[in-house]
Design a protein around this ligand. Structure first.
Ligand SMILES: [Zn+2]
Length: 61
C-alpha cells in the first residue's frame, strides 16, 4: 500500500483523508521530509508546517 500526501498541508499519511485538515489526499507526491521541531526549522516555516511529522515537498492533486 502506497503512502499518500495531503495537497493542502503536505502531511504524509496512509489515509485517504488528511488527519490534520480533512482534505482528500493524493498518491502523486515526491520528496519526503521529517519535521521534528517546526518552530526551529526554516524549511518548516517556508512550507507553513506547524506540527511535527512527515511531509511531502511536492503534492499533485
Ligand atoms: Zn492536510
Amino acid at each position: 500500500m502506497a503512502e499518500r500526501a495531503c495537497p493542502r498541508c503536505r502531511c504524509v499519511t496512509f489515509d485517504k483523508v488528511c488527519p490534520l485538515c480533512k482534505t482528500e489526499t493524493s498518491s502523486d507526491w515526491t520528496g519526503l521530509i521529517v519535521v521534528l521541531n517546526p518552530d526551529e526549522s526554516d524549511l518548516a516555516k517556508e512550507l507553513n508546517i506547524s506540527f511535527p511529522g512527515r511531509y511531502a515537498l511536492k503534492v499533485r492533486k
